[in-house]
Structures are given as C-alpha cells and as structure tokens.
Design a protein around this ligand. Structure first.
Ligand SMILES: NC(=O)C1=CN([C@@H]2O[C@H](COP(=O)(O)OP(=O)(O)OC[C@H]3O[C@@H](n4cnc5c(N)ncnc54)[C@H](OP(=O)(O)O)[C@@H]3O)[C@@H](O)[C@H]2O)C=CC1
Ligand SMILES: CC(=O)N[C@@H](CCC(=O)OP(=O)(O)O)C(=O)O
Length: 346
C-alpha cells in the first residue's frame, strides 16, 4: 500500500485540472505537488479554491505561473506530470518533461494519433513531434492496460471517444459488427466539455441543444482509429454543466442475438470496477444523473434481431471518466497503485 507518487498538474485552474488536483489530493498513494498555470495567467498565485469554491479548505494551494525556472525545476520534485492544457501547448511541454525523466499523462488530443497527418486537418496545426507520436500509448484504460503499465507518455482519450469506444469495442472485438456499415454515433455533452474560458458559444444564454462539428469533429477520426472501423459521429451541446450520453446505432453481423451482445459486454468488462452494465430487461438505461461526480462508465444495449441493428448507450462524466478520472486510472496502472477512486471511499 505504501507509495507516494509525487504529482504536478499543469493547467490546474481549468475544469479538468482542478478535478485532477482534487483526485490526487485524496489519493492514498499520491501527493499533490506543483499546480501550474501559464506564465502570464490572470490567475497566477491565486489559491485554487478561490477559483473553484467547492474546494475551499481542501485545495488552497496557490497556482504557480509556469516560468522557465519553475518548469526546469518540475523534474526534481515530481514523478509524474498531468497536462490539462490545450492540444498544441501539450505537444510543446511533453517532450521537455519526458527529457526531465518524468512520466507524462496528457489529457489533450496532442498525442492520440500515431499519424501526424491528422493534425493539420483536425487540430489546425502541424505536429512538431511526429516521432513521439509513435511512442505515446492511448490511455483507454480498460482496453490498453498492459501498454499503459510501461508507458512514459499516455494520451488520455477525449471525452466522447471514451464513452463511444467503451460501448463499441466489445462488439468489434467479438466480431459482432457488420464491418461494411458505419456505426452512427449521436452524443450530447454538458458545457464544461468546452473548457473554462469564456466564449459566446458556451455562454449561458446561447446554449440550448444543438449539433456541432457535423462530419468534421476531431473525435470522428479518434473513434475510427481506435475502433478500427470508420464511424459517423455527431456531437451535441446541451444546456447542463457536465456529463455525456452517447447513443450509438450499429448494424450487426448476420444473425447476432441479444444474448450474444450481452455476453460480449460481460466478457469485456468482467471484473471492471469502472464500467457498469445495465440490465435492459429491468428497464434501466444509462443516464447522466447516475454518473456525474463519479469515474464510472455506464453501458446499456438492445438488439433488434429482426432488422439486425442494435442501439448502444454509454454515459460518463466528461470531466472524470472522460478526462481526470481516466488519467488517474492510467497513473494507477503505470505506478502499480490501488484502483482509487473506485476502490477507496471518496
Ligand atoms: N473539458 C473536458 O470535458 C475535457 C477536456 N479535455 C482536454 O483537456 C485539456 C484541458 O481541458 P479543460 O480543463 O477543459 O481546459 P480549460 O480551458 O478549462 O483549462 C485550461 C488550463 O490550461 C491553462 N493554460 C493555458 N495555457 C497554458 C500554458 N501555456 N501553460 C500552462 N498552462 C496553461 C489555463 O490557465 P491560464 O489560461 O490561466 O494559464 C487553464 O488552467 C484540453 O486539451 C482539453 O481538450 C479532454 C477531455 C475532456
Ligand atoms: C462540449 C465540447 O465542446 N466538448 C469538446 C470536447 C472535449 C474533449 O474531450 O476534449 P479533447 O478531445 O479536446 O481533449 C469539443 O467538442 O471540442
């Protein structure tokens, strides 16, 4: 049980960063070291709890501006750095942190593809570290556990891909999907998915419920790449703070039954503390209400054996299983720690 993994969080004032800091502070085998913002941040030196009142008395640590000096010193007092920063910022910071001998858990999309050609089209910049892309491990914790255990750079998946891949992969791996038909993914996210920085798009009076990024969102190739089959993905922004429901319609291979689909899920997630399977026969369905504030991924499914289609449903908290919670799951695997927060009381 004794371990003390020293953790830093860069981007700690943001929505995922503060969740990370809170999880680390409560982790029985981790300690929270530096919490950083950009050098010119308006929030530099403010206590984290001044920005996020929920953590008053729990996270009063001041935010350190990431000067060159502060950056150079991170390696002397930490084992792992969590990057809760924008994609291109992560691609600039990660190589220098790895060179300091640190393990890096990156929450951005900066290292989720081995192929650098994806970046100009879907992220709007040329990737400066194409060789490092090949070394990064995709941190979908239930599916890549063995590789994560030895990785120095983990690319924690996006929130929509976490929910959607968790629903699709058991069927794909069991050979139950019709490979000629694109799975169709419609997902709704709360507004924290867009980050803490104010913008017209995520302002309270502007958000109702609408699709966005139609046929061009960067999570479409992320899901397709890590599934091994292209999909149609349409995200929607909903007027609630946090949580994602992803509803996926698939064409199944010939003669696949409800019982086979159920068996695929049960086999894939046997022993998983994080993934919870809903019993459709009992009339339950995954919902945001049941996962917000937790690192669970709730899954449900129903097969129409006549038409050969199935509808799969996944629900997660975008800031926890969709970001900070999964990053901690990956760090637990990497350092051989207990399964906090799903094992320990939170
Ligand atoms: N929100 C979500 O649901 C999810 C987000 N992600 C990804 O996680 C990352 C963080 O997202 P989120 O928490 O929403 O973002 P936020 O916008 O809420 O926070 C960004 C953080 O980065 C800091 N920052 C900005 N520039 C720098 C810099 N150059 N150096 C150091 N710190 C910097 C900001 O502080 P300041 O500007 O004051 O310096 C702030 O603390 C992003 O890559 C996002 O795509 C992944 C999955 C889900
Ligand atoms: C509601 C909302 O805006 N969500 C974000 C996805 C957040 C996420 O998972 O982020 P990354 O892949 O960027 O790390 C979006 O659609 O861009």
């Amino acid at each position: 049980m004794t371990q003390n993994i020293r953790c830093a969080v860069i981007g700690a004032s943001g929505y995922t960063g503060v969740e990370l800091a809170a999880l680390i502070a409560r982790h029985p085998q981790m300690s929270l070291g530096g919490v950083y913002v950009s050098e010119a941040s308006l929030d530099a030196n403010k206590p984290l709890s001044q920005l996020h009142g929920r953590f008053l008395g729990l996270l009063d640590t001041p935010l350190t501006p990431l000067s060159e000096e502060a950056f150079a010193a991170i390696g002397t007092s930490h084992d792992v750095v969590f990057l809760a920063t924008e994609h291109q910022v992560s691609t600039q910071l990660a190589p220098k942190l790895l060179a300091q001998g640190l393990v890096v858990m990156d929450l951005s999309g900066g290292f989720r593809f081995a192929d650098a050609d994806i970046y100009p089209q879907y992220y709007g910049f040329d990737h400066a570290e194409p060789e490092l892309l090949k070394k990064a491990v995709y941190g979908l914790a239930e599916w890549n556990a063995e590789s994560i255990k030895t990785a120095n750079l983990v690319a924690v998946p996006g929130c929509y891909p976490t929910a959607t891949l968790s629903a699709l992969k058991p069927l794909k791996e069991a050979g139950l999907l019709d490979t000629q038909q694109y799975p169709v993914v419609n997902a709704v996210s709360g507004v924290t998915g867009a980050g803490r920085k104010a913008s017209m798009v995520n302002s309270f009076c502007e958000v109702s419920l609408h699709p966005y990024g139609i046929l061009g969102h960067r999570h479409q190739p992320e899901i397709g790449t890590h599934l091994g089959q292209d999909v149609i993905f349409t995200p929607h922004l909903g007027n609630f703070p946090r949580g994602i429901v992803s509803t996926v319609t698939v064409k199944l291979a010939s003669d696949v039954t409800q019982a086979q689909v159920t068996e695929a899920y049960q086999n894939a997630y046997a022993g998983s503390k994080c993934v919870r399977l809903y019993d459709e026969m009992a009339g339950q369905s995954p919902s945001i209400k049941n996962v917000v504030g937790t690192s669970h991924c709730d899954l449900g499914w129903k097969v129409d054996e006549t038409s050969g289609h199935a509808v799969l449903v996944a629900a997660i908290d975008n800031l926890l299983k969709g970001a900070a919670g999964q990053a901690i799951q990956c760090a637990n695997l990497r350092f051989g720690l207990i399964d906090f927060p799903l094992e320990a009381a939170s």
